[in-house]
Ligand binder design. Sequence first.
Ligand code: ADP
Ligand code: MG
Length: 476
Amino acid sequence: MIGLEVHVQLATTSKIFSGASNEYGSLANENTCEIDLGLPGSLPVLNEKAVEMAVKFGCAISAEINEISIFDRKNYFYPDLPKGYQISQFENPIVGRGSIKITDEAGATKIIGITRAHLEEDAGKSIHDLFQGRTAVDLNRTGTPLLEIVSEPDIRSAREASEYFKQIHNLATFIGICDGNLSEGSMRCDANVSVRQKGDSLLGERTEIKNINSFKFVERAIELEIERQIDVLEDGGEIVRETRLFDPDKDETRSMRSKELSEDYRYFPDPDLLPLVLSREEIEKIKSELPELPQQREKNYQSRFGLSGYDSKQLSVDRSKSDFFEELAKASGLPKLSANWVNSNLSSLLNEKGLGFDQTPILPSLLAEILIRIDDGTISSTSGKKLFRAFCETPPEIPEIDDRIDEMGLRQIGGTDGLKDIVLDILKEHPTQLAELLKGKQKVLGFLVGQVMKKTKGAANPKEVNEIIQGEIKKG
Ligand code: ADP
Ligand code: MG
């Protein structure tokens, strides 16, 4: 039995209770002010954007949004938390029950219940390896807004847990509340794990593995913890409630500390902050601004455009990619070709340049013009790729496109008279080969096609050239 607590850093400009910058990677302690430092007399002021983002997420998982929620003090002392408490939400979180769909190991859709999601502030960082024998403290992360999303213990395997974490990652980045950068700690999770005999109705005692920041690690950490717990129980031992740490280098989980219970934190409502009150209208407004969500888009691409499940998923995970595809499909009227291009040529170009889909060097409307010309045979798909590369460097105005095609000599000489004349010329120029061909020597056909290709500088469609020559032979 597995339940995950996922911490999502919200992509706000400033901190959750102060005006200090929420940027990652600044000089140590640069993004701090008296509130983050916990100086006496400073007072927190709630960031409206963080509230909006929490509500956005809640609406995206069809959760109850609580019109009244309360900020509480969770009391504990670490050097990276100078106030001596973390502001969090305890009994009255902003987001109540909801759910998330994942695909389980058998490929079936499975619903994982979400117990709640609450707003809180992140703590700073203690750095133990900077100065010998001393600990350094960087408070830049202090006060970064977090949405903690708590699942029901509905997850049944390590792989499902990793799927669930991915699903939250997709959703949070899609709706734009988090940059999703796992290596910078933008999303981290704690995994609660217990085991029990088949048929037992009670849950077993659990342990909690803290601060996991990758899809692979969450899977491995849980696998190891399940094995460890089964070993302990089979040896007649007992599982103790504790917090554990996953060490990817040693490939093990180990005990960090015995688990604090909520009593240990002496939660109480923060007297410096009023209850957070949201009106139905405010909630409805935020809800109405949500984009169509990835799982819905994935379904639509299959039913509306007849795309494969794989292609549809590839196209719908990233918001900018999905938006680009939809605009391209609409402008070109060619959804399948659009899907191929977005997933292959466009993806590899962006990869090469290290760009995201929100930074494409070509507009969907312009790429659509290329696809239309490939589809109607004006250019070959190889020429389409050349044109695409060229247009990414220097995009033309729409009316200039055909001139550019001619300038670059990419216009395919179509099956009409133009190409036929060239073929006839070539046949006339090579009477010996023609005679051999007429005698049934198929080998020279390739040579003749090659001559036409040479003359047209590759602009002819070889299949068409072939057909024209065959037609002439039949005529004798
Ligand atoms: P805490 O306050 O100690 O973090 P919660 O009751 O909020 O405890 O639960 C935290 C997480 O632990 C939730 O995701 C929940 O689903 C999970 N959980 C609770 N009991 C179990 C259990 N017996 N086995 C596995 N996970 C559990
Ligand atoms: Mg917890």
